[in-house]
Each structure stands twice: as structure tokens, then as C-alpha cells.
Design a protein around this ligand. Sequence first.
Ligand SMILES: C[S@@+](CC[C@H](N)C(=O)[O-])C[C@H]1O[C@@H](n2cnc3c(N)ncnc32)[C@H](O)[C@@H]1O
Length: 280
Amino acid sequence: MAQSNTSQPSGGGRLLNTFLNRPVKDHGSGWSSLWDLGESDLWDRGKASPALVDIVEQQTELLNPFTADGKRKKALVPGCGRGYDVVMLALHGFEAYGLEISDTAVKEAEKYASTELAKPSAYHFGTEQRPSSTPGSVTFFQGDFFTSQWDFKGGIDETTKFDVVYDYTFLCALHPEQRKKWVASMARVTKSGGLLICLEFPLYKDPKLPGPPWGLKGVHWNLLAEGGDGVITGEVGEDGKEKKPATAEIGDFRRSLYVKPARSYEVAKGTDMVSVYARK
Ligand SMILES: C[S@@+](CC[C@H](N)C(=O)[O-])C[C@H]1O[C@@H](n2cnc3c(N)ncnc32)[C@H](O)[C@@H]1O
């Protein structure tokens, strides 16, 4: 999402104004209307995430695109926008899927994918050496992440569990009241032992300020590991956990990696963190 040098979004509050007086149940249609009005410049970074590229290329064991019996792993990006990360995952060997609530976004993503799969941009790769695996596939669905009514195709249905799920600027796009639904939906779509990779953003923004984007410092740990409601009231440490007496980790996920990426989007002001959570 576009940011100024303060902690508030730039763009004349166009994002904020879309959601300010809109009931939370209608936020999905708010996103669709932004796509229809051609306002995706408010959040669109124009390329795949450098932090995700690096983690996929460096964590080769954790993120091997093939299962032990040689099948391609399925990766899902909910709220995928124009699909940059979906295409990047396919170029690294995954059977990659993107979900969008907006029909317009799905059409744009399909157009983008057909161009990029034919002639990939350099930003999909972190090194000169291209991945040894042949590219996987790209499929986009229109649907609401919080329901199972997506326009399923290609052998995927509401019972499919994904090996890898990626979130970037999807959680922060949602009203805090929707965080419990986000985590329940993440648990629903991720295979037991599967990985949820989060590029945590924005971590510099005061969580008391209105969004989107909503400040997320401490939110991922609380939702995913502690099974909380994602509302942080206290100070958060460098480890991404709220400073308070330790609580039981009764959430559906266990954190297996928490690192500051060497590369990320400039808009993060050097604060982005990558967390990888394994589904219990
Ligand atoms: C801030 S944008 C981020 C898009 C993309 N991840 C990116 O990095 O460009 C959030 C996206 O989530 C989509 N979205 C919002 N609510 C959704 C929902 N309930 N289900 C699926 N997609 C949703 C919006 O249409 C929008 O494209």
C-alpha cells in the first residue's frame, strides 16, 4: 500500500475513505470497487516480493516445490491482487493458486500471468541462476477467503489443503474484527505440517491508527501461535511477541522461522519481518 513518511497512508486517504463508514460485512465489495475504479496503485508494488523470492531460493529444504513422491506442492496466495507472487511461486516449481474477491483483479492477474510465464521478468529471481525445476502452473479463483464458495477449477475444491500459503498485505487490509476469521480460514486451507509464510507489514505503523493498512506489530504471533484475537494492547518485543507473562501456545500454528529479510519493498522502511508458521 502506498505510504507517506509518516505512519499514515498517502493517496489523500483514498483507501481509508473507502472503508471508514462502510460496515465490515461490506468491506469485500469495497475492495472490488477499488479494483473496478482502477485504484490498485494504492497498494500494488508492481513486482513479486523480493523477501519471498529469497526465502524460496534459500530455504530449499523447507520450500522444496516437490513432495517426497515427486508431486508438485500446491501453494495458495489469498488476496493475491495482480498475482505477482503467484507467478513467482510457479516459476519456482509450485502448482500455484491465487484467490481474489474481485473479478477485475482475477482478470488482470490472468493477463499478467500469461505474459510473465512466457517471458519472466528478472525480479522473479534472486540470483543469476534460474531454478532447476521446470515451472509449475498458475490458476486464479474468484471468491471470498472467508467462505468456501470460490470458483474452483483444475481439481481443486473446498476440501483441498495447500502445502504452502503466503500472506502479504492481505491481513493488514482486513478490519481488526476480521482477524479471527483470517486465522480460521488460514487453518482451514493449510495442510497439517504445511507452511504459512507471512511477510509482516506494516510493523512501523501505530496499531491504534485506522487502516487499511492496519498496523500489525505482534498480531501474527498472537493470532497464529497464541490463538488470540489479534488485538494488541501492550508493547511488542523484537521477537514479534507482546511483552507479557508467557501464555500457552494454543493456536493452530507453530512458528518455525522469524527473520528480517535482507531485501524487501522500500515502503517497509526496513521493518518488514518474514515469519514461517507450520500448521499443527
Ligand atoms: C492490499 S491488497 C494486496 C494485494 C496483493 N497481496 C499484493 O501484494 O499486491 C488486498 C487484496 O485482498 C483482496 N481481498 C480483500 N478481501 C478479500 C477476501 N475476503 N477474499 C479474497 N480477497 C480479498 C482485495 O481485493 C485486494 O486485492
